[in-house]
Design a protein around this ligand. Structure first.
Ligand code: ZN
Length: 205
């Protein structure tokens, strides 16, 4: 990937902003935590899940995540520039199409075993595996994708069942209405015949 392709993908994506928090660790020394203030916005702009981006950073920064006052933080003092540098790597490996450089991509799985993470490009249509990403992160993304696909398949099946139920009900109603109409028609004809019969009897009499 070229620098200009990475820059183009990062255009409109806000720069990483951090805030440091201090807290005493177990041995009562001061521990500094790093909170990325706009990780969710960055992920949203890149069309990626916040969780996946945070996991990538965690692996790349070789640090841990924890919660501090309900907010996800990294357990080390990290400069915004360092995280920004890793954001470029994330874009290079997990966003840009390796064929045409477009950032209009989505995660996909291989069709065969659904175990290999790929990037599917909406611009050129190519589906390429992720080469230089982080193996553990890839596995996590694959797991999440498979999980959500299973869910979607289950939901689709449920929707289909529900639709079939509604259709059957609708057809039954149509049948019932048609039956009623036929009965009414038969009744009318019977009446008419009776009328005609009585009239003809009358006229012959
Ligand atoms: Zn492409």
């Amino acid at each position: 990937m070229t620098e200009s392709q990475i820059n183009a993908a990062l255009k409109g994506v806000p720069a990483v902003k951090v805030r440091w928090h201090e807290r005493p660790d177990r041995s009562n020394k001061t521990q500094i935590l790093t909170q990325v203030l706009n990780g969710d916005k960055i992920a949203l702009e890149l069309g990626r899940k916040y969780f996946d981006l945070m996991q990538f950073w965690q692996h790349a920064l070789n640090t841990f995540q924890t919660k501090h006052n309900g907010v996800v933080v990294f357990t080390a003092k990290i400069a915004a520039e360092t995280i920004q540098q890793h954001l470029r790597d994330f874009v290079e490996y997990y966003v840009l199409c390796r064929k045409c450089g477009s950032s209009d991509t989505v995660f996909a799985l291989d069709l065969w075993k659904k175990q290999v993470l790929r990037l599917k490009c909406k611009t050129c249509g190519k589906k390429k595996s992720i080469k230089e990403g982080n193996h553990i992160l890839d596995e996590q993304i694959v797991f999440n994708l498979r999980h959500s696909q299973d869910n979607e398949e289950r939901l689709a099946k449920e929707r289909k069942k529900e639709n079939e139920k509604l259709l059957t009900k609708a057809y039954k109603n149509i049948d019932r209405n048609a039956e009623k109409r036929l009965k009414r028609k038969a009744k009318r004809e019977k009446k008419l015949q009776a009328l005609v019969a009585s009239h003809s009897i009358g006229s012959f009499a």
